[in-house]
Design a protein around this ligand. Structure first.
Ligand code: E4P
Length: 216
């Protein structure tokens, strides 16, 4: 299973990359617009330089020809660009055009296996399932991921499932166990994943024993 950083913040991304645990990064227009006072293109290019793996950059329109224009522009920014496209008819058409050109794509905001299989058939490199947003509608997100993973395996598609929209710690391992290929995780949860009071207690106990021994 791969881990992506779900952030458009250069400092956060730099910090997490230094841990050696991240395989890529995902951004979206909401995350990008949270980077107040920063120029979108400059900020995105900085992220593309920092991250060696795939970086998803989302189009900002629902219009097919505008989507394709933005996609071509993003693709020219680096080898590791993955163009993020909205699930829907225009997004699928754009996915088909771009994947035929060898441009990597991530069909985003999928809420069901039915949507994800269409993304895969259109040639998407990734299909993103939105865990919390599926739960917000009252559906079982774990089942949606599990069914999508089964369907992809049966259909022999190469598209990878990204699980995004992670808002609780418990969802991380839960989604991974359902067959997600990639989890894209906000930095605050990656930090929380390192922490456990029993770990702190154990390390403190060892260091205390060591300092008592050194004092002798
Ligand atoms: C990632 O690709 C998604 O854009 C992101 O995880 C969405 O998260 P949210 O549902 O918390 O906005």
């Amino acid at each position: 299973m791969e881990i992506f950083i779900d952030s458009a913040n250069v400092e956060e991304i730099k910090e997490i990359l230094s841990w050696g645990i991240a395989d890529g990064c995902t951004t979206n227009p909401k995350l990008a617009s949270a980077e107040k006072g920063k120029d979108f293109e400059t900020n995105t290019k900085e992220i593309l330089k920092l991250v060696k793996g795939p970086v998803s950059i989302e189009v900002t329109t629902n219009d097919l020809s505008e989507m394709l224009k933005e996609a071509e522009k993003y693709a020219s920014w680096g080898q590791n660009v993955v163009v993020k496209l909205p699930m829907g008819v225009a997004g699928l058409k754009a996915t088909a055009v771009l994947s035929a050109k060898g441009i990597k794509t991530n069909v985003t905001a999928c809420m069901s296996p039915a949507q994800a299989i269409l993304a895969a058939k259109a040639g998407a490199t990734y299909a993103s399932l939105f865990y919390s947003r599926i739960g917000d509608m009252g559906y079982d997100a774990a089942k949606v991921v599990r069914d999508t993973a089964d369907l992809f395996a049966r259909s022999h598609v190469k598209t990878k499932i990204i699980v995004g929209s992670i808002r609780h710690m418990m969802q991380i391992i839960e989604a991974g166990l359902q067959g997600a290929h990639v989890l894209t995780i906000p930095p605050k949860f990656l930090i929380q994943m390192t922490q456990n009071p029993k770990t702190d207690e154990s390390i403190a106990e060892f260091l205390e024993a060591w300092s008592a021994y050194k004092k002798k």
